[in-house]
Design a binder for this molecule. Structure first.
Ligand code: SAH
Length: 356
């Protein structure tokens, strides 16, 4: 699929033609990753962040939220809960918190790996190669780092560098993570002010070029305590992409078509914008993963990257039950085992992993 064709799909109105896109993505999903929906237990480790991203509610300059960092023992309790619930993976996500030191995370990985058989996914933002290498040695399996948008000017506008540091290159970082042997995930927000259809089509091409093992996408949701949540700051692109569920679903489907063997979650952003059917629609438009939240309830509402986040008051048990009911309703089955991506498993059988 070339860029022009992707743009045409992104602009396609609801109707028979768009139905055919959903059907194609759903069929490819079934053929490539099957009917299992993998459940990943999400633990939000810390909302402390040294970065100042203009889209994110836990940015450094948001002084109106109470900050927290979880304790190791609490994460271990979440890990045991994930095992009890039958999940194969624990996802550890957080802000770029200097207190989540190399040693803290290493110790956490080693303890989870000693006490359980869970696969571990890290989503801790931009860290040093030295840290990524060490965590991999300790047993971390996967790393998620969205490149957010392939438009470099837009990325730098919404994601300023650390003070005194050069602009960062998330695409180069993703290649480093792949070379370290991580199952590697990335993705974008859909409808960030300033994002054009051409930008978004380029994002989808980049998913394929990077040969991603995991792809996470979701509509941008403005947060009132951030620059992009304040109307006066917002600069729209000439051909601005809307931040709608419908546009998000098209991107999910196209991601499945360009990367058939990837693990693709129906993300919380869909469930937040459409509480009743957002998550199920994601699963019908190409997704094969859901991430029930296991974060202890007292921290849950503090990890507010965007407002009214779905499931922010649910207990872990309620999050699991809701996911299982939705999976059953769709006639699908909960995934068993770790749920590694076929794309990654294929790479492992090749003698040299693609680099550079
Ligand atoms: N600090 C980590 C984890 C960030 S939270 C990192 O930067 O990788 C995970 C994802 O949530 C981000 O990558 C971003 O794509 C998404 N996100 C953040 N703010 C958002 C918003 N306002 N609307 C929608 N998605 C958002």
């Amino acid at each position: 699929m070339d860029r022009q064709e992707i743009v045409q799909w992104l602009k396609c109105s609801p109707g028979e033609e768009l139905d055919s896109l959903r059907e194609k993505a759903d069929q490819l999903r079934r053929l490539s990753v099957g009917d299992e929906v993998h459940l990943r237990g999400l633990v939000e480790l810390s909302n402390i962040c040294s970065r100042n991203c203009s889209y994110c509610g836990i940015r450094r300059d948001n002084l109106s939220i109470k900050r927290y960092r979880i304790k190791t023992e609490e994460v271990l309790r979440c890990a045991h809960k994930a095992v009890k619930f039958g999940f194969g993976t624990l996802v550890l996500q957080g802000g770029e918190d200097p207190g989540l030191t190399k040693e803290f995370i290493s110790d956490l990985i080693l303890r989870i790996k000693t006490e359980t058989d869970l696969a571990i996914t890290l989503s801790l933002g931009e860290r040093n190669v030295d840290e990524w290498q060490e965590w991999r040695k300790c047993g971390a399996d996967r790393y998620l780092l969205r490149f957010e948008t392939s438009n470099k000017d837009l990325f730098h506008r919404i994601h300023p560098p650390q003070e005194g540091q050069p602009q960062c290159d998330r695409v180069a970082m993703l290649k480093t993570l792949q070379a370290l042997g991580y199952e590697t995930g990335s993705g974008v927000m859909i409808g960030v002010p300033g994002q054009s259809y051409d930008d978004l089509a380029r994002d989808i091409e980049l998913f394929a070029e990077l040969g991603l093992d995991m792809i996470g996408v979701g509509p941008f949701i403005p947060h009132p305590q951030t620059p992009l949540g304040m109307k006066e700051n917002v600069k729209m692109a000439a051909e601005q992409v809307p931040n709608s569920v419908e546009m998000g679903l098209k991107v999910l489907a196209l991601a499945r078509i360009v990367c058939p063997g990837a693990n693709i979650p129906s993300t919380t952003a869909f469930a937040t914008l459409d509480r009743k059917s957002g998550r199920e629609m994601g699963l019908c438009w190409g997704a094969n993963v859901v991430m029930p939240n296991l974060t202890p309830v007292e921290y849950r509402k503090l990890y507010e990257i965007y407002p009214s986040k779905a499931a922010s008051t649910e207990t872990p048990e309620q999050s699991r039950d809701a996911a299982l009911i939705q999976i059953k309703h769709l006639g699908r089955t909960p995934g068993r085992g770790r749920g590694d991506s076929p794309t990654h498993l294929e790479q492992l059988t090749k003698p040299i992993r693609k680099e550079g």
